[in-house]
Design a binder for this molecule. Sequence first.
Ligand code: URA
Length: 221
Amino acid sequence: MFELRVVNRKYAQSILTVLRSKETTQIDFRKSLVRLGRILGLEIIEDLDTEPVEVETPLGVKVKGVKIRELDNVIIITVLRAAWPLTEGLVKIFYSAKQGVIAARRVEEKGMRNWDFDVEISYIKTPRITRDSVIIISDVMVATGSTLVRVLRELVERGRAKKYYIASVIATPIAIEKLRKVSEFLNIDLKMYTIAVDPEVNSKGYIVPGLGDAGDRVFGS
Ligand code: URA
């Protein structure tokens, strides 16, 4: 099952505008990604299972409340390198999350064929993935979807989780379609959260209008 959720909130869209501007400095770019990570986290948390609980306040009164049951099962997977600050924001919401990292690189030297890149994974480390795990993949720019398709395959090989989320900033229709297909192929429950869907990918694999090279803008070029 696949679902796309575009976070069309005023605050999120205003931060995306800062990210898109070529005038934005490295530090403001990084801080803006942290802010979006927090927003994406708050949106994703709305989808998690809860259970009713009762607590007693210091006034000796019992009140009904809610506990997010799946919070302790969250594993955040950061796709290096641009997603680092996005994950920083996610961790502010999923404060008890376990974390994994994947260093994945599109092999741009070989060029793009049919809106597809070869993807090279040089490092992958994840906590144990079980049937109860709720995986959130943090990846800023989902241009062709080649990297995320590979990441999902690698993760499923390590153990099937209960559900999978993608926390991204900009995606494209090409990537979304590819992710829909791979979720069916792998038979996983995948929900993609993004702040925007941009129409195009250029011949070098960059999203247009996009925001440029997110990794360079976070870390400096
Ligand atoms: N990665 C980026 O950093 N930017 C794009 O536009 C596409 C992939």
